[in-house]
Design a binder for this molecule. Structure first.
Ligand SMILES: [Zn+2]
Length: 196
């Protein structure tokens, strides 16, 4: 049988008719194909799971996450008041969060970004300093920090940006040592496109 005839027969009748195989061979090939299909099916399922896991992972990696500047999660609570966000301060509210820390300890960038500026939280007191870092739609300010970075510098998430200052110099020993953090969000990102 010429190759052209083989191709023609294959196109018209399918591969098995061309091979002209006997019953036993057919059963063997069928069994082999079944085994291959089972193995493929098994690995396909495993791969499906892995692909789903990887998709979930990259989704959560994309989500905005932030470190605390101290590396800890404890918020100040002492006889001078609460360091929680929104805590009452006489007629005002506390628009930040006070993270407990030890004077002199390293403070880190909560997220990657550009150092916007080094600032003085109190107009008439040049001892205390603050840092503002910008990332896309977010700005975070960290007060009571002796910076080791300068304005315009790019920082990585978790990179040391300075050391904690001692708040007891201003507020006395009754106030636990802490760093004050604020976060500002560009309101535009919180508004749905349809509402613009
Ligand atoms: Zn505070």
């Amino acid at each position: 049988m010429a190759i052209d005839d083989l191709q023609k027969a294959e196109q018209e009748n399918g591969l098995l008719s061309v091979l002209d195989i006997g019953k036993n061979s057919l059963i063997s090939i069928h069994s082999l194909c079944r085994q291959i299909a089972r193995v493929c099916d098994k690995y396909l399922k495993q791969m499906d799971d892995r692909v789903a896991q990887e998709r979930q992972k990259s989704k959560s990696e994309k989500r905005d996450t932030m470190l605390s500047p101290t590396g800890g999660k404890t918020v100040r609570m002492d006889s001078k008041g609460s360091g929680k966000f929104g805590a009452l301060r006489g007629h005002r509210f506390h628009y930040g969060l006070d993270w407990l820390c030890t004077p002199g300890q390293n403070l880190v960038a909560p997220f990657a970004g550009k150092v916007l500026r080094i600032l003085y939280p109190y107009e008439n007191d040049k001892h205390y300093k603050g840092i503002e870092i910008l990332q896309a739609h977010l700005i975070t300010r960290i007060n009571y920090i002796e910076p080791c970075v300068t304005a315009g510098q790019r920082v990585k998430k978790g990179e040391v940006i300075g050391t904690a200052q001692d708040v007891s110099i201003k507020y006395g020993k009754d106030m636990n040592s802490h760093t004050h953090q604020e976060v500002y969000v560009n309101p535009e990102v919180l508004i749905l496109e349809d509402n613009l």
